[in-house]
Design a protein around this ligand. Structure first.
Ligand SMILES: Nc1ncnc2c1ncn2[C@@H]1O[C@H](COP(=O)(O)OP(=O)(O)OP(=O)(O)O)[C@@H](O)[C@H]1O
Ligand code: SF4
Ligand SMILES: [Mg+2]
Length: 441
């Protein structure tokens, strides 16, 4: 298929307003103590015998116009968090406020008007589109569900949305299987944009896609944000994608946020050992880090079960800095530097929060292992490829914009998307178990 084009965003039909109520920087969504515990039931009577503590006390806010990246290993509760804030799931505890309104326990009816403002793009573009429905039906469904009649009719509006996401509007009657992964994800994006939302939660929007296609979709999301004034929460399993698009980044581990900071602070001076672990998996072209190459270490041990998370700091079973206090006392998420919140007793790049407690736990002595750079090469490749593509596309777009401005008639020579791989192989988190250098101070 070669119907993907560089993005040009046509004006909304009927001049629909693109301005949003909240001013940039205002709090759009606020989450306090958010929890989701999935009950585990057993026996004939289906008695509850335990719970999966998928999300276990999150506090954060999303500001209008920003992109908040959320990263963490598989199973740490990212998708559950996404479904909670879009209220596709009912929270077990805590509070979700959207534009100052408490929406924590709104029912279907109460949520209906909000469904227009908050949309989700799902993790897997292969399973999230109904194979029996045409693209027209899929992208047009939100209008029918909300009883909204767009000016000019649904068909015209769907075709406009298809061209907004770089697809051929004539493919309105085609079925999902006729599209490649990247194109399907564009269809998912078109559907999410149909009702002109304020907040879009994108759950690993590119992890099932080929690396070259990842950059195109990331760029599309970026362009749409600028054009439509969108606010994003973008979920990813490592930093290779979100680092290029996020204003702030929240790092999750076993149902908790362990660090939340603006992108620059997080990259220049990560404070939580786990953040360093994720960063080590994605080498960053920073001259200061050059000599650290051989110090990268691999975290040992599996992620513990969210059914019975470790006591104290949940990361203490894998942390190379863990001491007794880490085992016994849960560190609170504290603002240790302006705009940088961290939950750690012995943070990096800062004074120790528990200086009296210096004896490493046995587990900490074994928590890390030196690994060869090759182990991390694949992740580095992904990161570099995405960065290169983002830069190349931005440069191409800039020169194209200049050319277009010079000509009165926009030319139809937008670079066709590269032939996409139909691979369903997800961009698995091979880097998930990698960790940082132990001695980097
Ligand atoms: N409906 C459910 N019932 C029971 N447990 C669930 C349910 N949904 C998720 N979980 C569990 O909650 C935990 C968090 O799952 P979640 O899908 O939110 O993680 P994730 O960070 O999105 O992982 P991934 O990167 O693999 O997508 C996992 O242990 C998962 O098995
Ligand atoms: S040093 Fe302690 S509190 Fe900090 S991440 Fe490691 S185990 Fe947790
Ligand atoms: Mg997920």
């Amino acid at each position: 298929m070669s119907d993907e084009k560089a993005v040009t965003i046509p004006a909304q039909s009927g001049g629909a307003a693109l301005t949003k109520d909240a001013a940039p920087g205002d709090t759009l969504l606020k989450v306090t103590g958010l929890q989701k515990h999935f009950p585990i039931r057993k026996g004939l009577l289906q008695r509850q015998v335990g719970a999966v503590r998928a999300v276990d006390g999150l506090d954060f806010e999303v500001r209008a116009g920003e992109t908040l990246g959320v990263v963490g290993e598989s199973g740490c509760g990212k998708s559950t968090m996404g479904r909670l804030i879009t209220r596709l799931l009912e929270p077990t505890g805590g509070k979700v406020e959207f534009e100052g309104k408490d929406i924590t326990h709104l029912g279907v009816g109460g949520m209906r008007p909000l469904r227009r403002d908050v949309q989700m793009i799902f993790q897997d573009p292969y399973s999230s589109l109904n194979p029996r429905h045409t693209i027209g039906t899929i992208v047009g469904a939100p209008f029918k569900l909300q009883g909204v009649a767009p000016e000019g009719g649904i068909k015209k509006e769907v075709q406009r949305l298809l061209s907004v996401v770089g697809l051929n509007p004539e493919h309105y009657n085609r079925y999902p299987h006729e599209f490649s992964g990247g194109q399907r994800q564009r269809i998912g994006i078109a559907r999410a944009l149909a009702l002109n939302p304020k907040l879009v939660v994108a759950d690993e929007p590119v992890s099932a896609l080929d690396v070259s296609i990842q950059a195109q979709v990331v760029n599309l999301l970026d362009d749409l944000q600028e054009e439509l004034g969108l606010t994003y929460v973008i979920i990813a399993h490592d930093l290779s994608v979100v680092r290029h698009v996020s204003d702030r980044i929240a790092v999750m581990y076993l149902g908790k946020i362990v660090e939340l900071a603006d992108r620059e602070s997080l990259y220049s001076a990560p404070m939580h050992p786990y953040t360093k672990a994720l960063m080590s998996a994605v080498p960053i072209p920073d001259p200061k880090r050059k000599n650290a190459k051989s110090e990268r270490i691999l975290l040992k041990g599996d992620v513990p079960s969210p059914i019975s998370p470790p006591s104290g700091c949940r990361f203490h079973t894998r942390c190379w800095k863990a001491t007794e206090i880490c085992r016994t006392t849960e560190p609170q998420l504290l603002e240790l530097k302006p705009g940088q919140r961290v939950a750690c007793h012995h943070p990096e790049n800062f004074e120790d929060q528990a200086p009296q407690d210096t004896v490493l736990l046995t587990v900490a002595k074994e928590a890390a292992e030196l690994v060869a750079d090759e182990v991390l090469a694949e992740s580095a490749e992904t990161s570099a490829a995405v960065a290169a593509q983002v830069e190349a596309t931005e440069a191409a777009e800039a020169s194209e914009a200049t050319e277009t401005a010079a000509e009165s008639e926009p030319e139809d020579s937008a670079p066709e998307a590269a032939e996409e791989s139909e691979s369903t192989e997800p961009d698995t988190a091979e880097t998930d178990t990698t960790a940082p250098k132990a001695t980097d101070k």
